[in-house]
Design a protein around this ligand. Structure first.
Ligand code: BGP
Length: 478
């Protein structure tokens, strides 16, 4: 039993992204997006970390797990029925930009793509599940990358505006919760997926990165304003990859370094999207790195007017920092880097597990911004085993989630306004950073493996029944 009460209308659910689950990558006139050209396994990690990626598919050399995903494109009815059985109030998903505008720069939206999401939203509403939709989740059309250079190019803002207008007008009676760019700040560490280019190719990497961010901020504000104009009672949030930064020790130099890293990674994008202005701390960085952002007249006013209604964020780990660190000290595998934290254990992929860090994050974000928060991703990527009797006993996942939900309960008692919780990968899907199927997060197991084999059959894990109880008791039965 949990000692904390969650608000009556708390939005319990699960989260996914189109490219990691839909499959059907050429169906319904869909165009190619960035995730479609990323191979699975080690190759993906290498690509994300090295220069010279050409955004082409080479099937003779690599396997592309996102092409089939878990075939949600054809099996959405079965999957949504399972989400309904768990009692989901909301389901976080993304719209694939390339289903609506296959090349990104067409004048007319693609009817087949629009009709697909109509069917998905209708199916969700049949069970009283509200969709929470990410507009852009690592799914930029490859054509915009190749022909325009991704978000570096101002023209992309116009294409994005066309896209958001098309989906807001089409789904205005079906979707009220929206988010603009998934983990917008991840462009700092994985620019290929978030910004549509590889900064390591550039001599002066910061200039194009921050120019691209500026274009995304303008695009985000355009989306916020359009959403409010077109859809009554809508709420549109930003989406931040949040990992609180701890100082390794009480050495003031390390404390200052942790603060700088925290502001740079966690708060730069959030400050612009929530407060509606560039934070003062970034000016020094811009000056020292010769960054000059090209702006058009009216950009800053637009950014001020188009601030988001809530903060969606993902939480998987904290990060511990030290100004001078040796290779030995580095926390191998922790996505955002840093040094090993001696108080924390890590997942099989090296992501440090820190439920208290979630309570800290919630408090930090609410203290700083005073707007409602929404934990839209959190979960444990783990290897699951199907036993001979067909059961999947993922007690490690239950433990992980229990502790994180408890931390949310604590934060709510601390006074934080929290709208909901959508646990990541509520059904097994393709991993974003490594393209693996074996890194599983789901309550629902999907029979699909790294070598591409598998029947795609769905199976309920132990955590399925546990989460169902959590939702039914509104977080009291943990
Ligand atoms: C976030 C992404 C998701 C998701 C998740 C887990 O960064 O928004 O798309 O995949 O992390 O990461 P991974 O799949 O790499 O384990």
């Amino acid at each position: 039993m949990n000692q904390f009460k969650f608000p009556k209308d708390f939005l319990w659910g699960g989260a996914t992204a189109a490219n990691q689950m839909e499959g059907g990558f050429y169906e319904g006139n869909k165009g190619l997006n960035i995730a479609d050209v990323l191979p699975g396994g080690k190759e993906r990690l290498n690509i994300l970390q090295s220069p010279g990626f050409n955004f082409e598919i080479d099937r003779s050399k690599y396997n592309y797990p996102n092409h089939e995903g878990i075939d949600f494109y054809h099996r959405y009815k079965e999957d949504i029925a399972l989400f309904a059985e768990m009692g989901f109030k909301v389901f976080r998903m993304s719209i694939a930009w390339t289903r609506i505008f296959p090349n990104g720069n067409e004048l007319e939206a693609n009817e087949d793509g629009l009709a697909f999401y109509d069917r998905v939203f209708d199916e969700l509403h049949k069970y009283g599940i509200e969709p929470v939709v990410t507009i852009s989740h690592y799914e930029m059309p490859v054509n915009l990358v190749k022909q325009y250079g991704g978000w570096r190019n101002r023209e992309v803002v116009t294409f994005f505006e066309r896209y958001v207008n098309a989906i807001f007008n089409r789904y205005k009676n079906k979707v009220k919760y929206w988010m603009t760019f998934n983990e917008i700040n991840s462009g700092l560490i994985m620019p290929i997926m978030g910004l549509g280019f590889s900064i390591k190719e550039e001599k002066d990497k910061y200039q194009p990165t921050f120019q691209a961010f500026h274009h995304q901020f303008v695009a985000s504000s355009i989306a916020v304003k359009a959403c409010h104009d077109i859809i009554q009672n809508s709420q549109i949030g930003c989406m931040i990859l949040y990992a609180p930064v701890y100082s390794f020790d009480s050495n003031p130099k390390n404390v200052m370094f942790a603060l700088e890293e925290e502001r740079f990674f966690n708060y730069f994008c959030a400050d612009v999207q929530i407060r509606g202005e560039y934070p003062s701390f970034i000016n020094r960085f811009f000056k020292e790195n010769n960054i000059n952002i090209e702006m058009q007249d009216g950009d800053l006013e637009l950014i001020k007017e188009g601030t988001v209604d809530y903060i969606g964020f993902s939480y998987y780990m904290s990060r511990t920092e030290k100004k001078e660190k040796s290779d030995l000290e580095s926390s191998q595998g922790n996505l955002i880097g840093g040094v090993k934290n001696p108080f924390l254990k890590a997942s099989d992929w090296g992501w440090e597990i820190d439920p208290v860090g979630l309570r800290i994050s919630l408090n930090q974000l609410f203290d700083r911004y005073q707007v409602p928060l929404f934990v839209v991703e959190n979960g444990l990527g783990a290897y699951d085993k199907v036993e001979d009797d067909g059961t999947i006993n993922d007690y490690y996942r239950i433990d992980y989630l229990r502790e994180h939900i408890n931390a949310m309960g604590e934060a709510i008692q601390d006074g934080v306004k929290l709208m909901g919780y959508t646990s990541w990968g509520c059904i097994d899907l393709v991993s974003a950073s490594s393209g693996e199927f074996s890194k599983r997060y789901g309550f629902i197991y999907v029979d699909k493996h790294d070598d591409g084999s598998g029947t795609l059959e769905r199976k309920k894990k132990k955590s399925f029944f546990w989460y169902k109880d959590v939702i039914a008791s509104n977080g009291e039965k943990l």
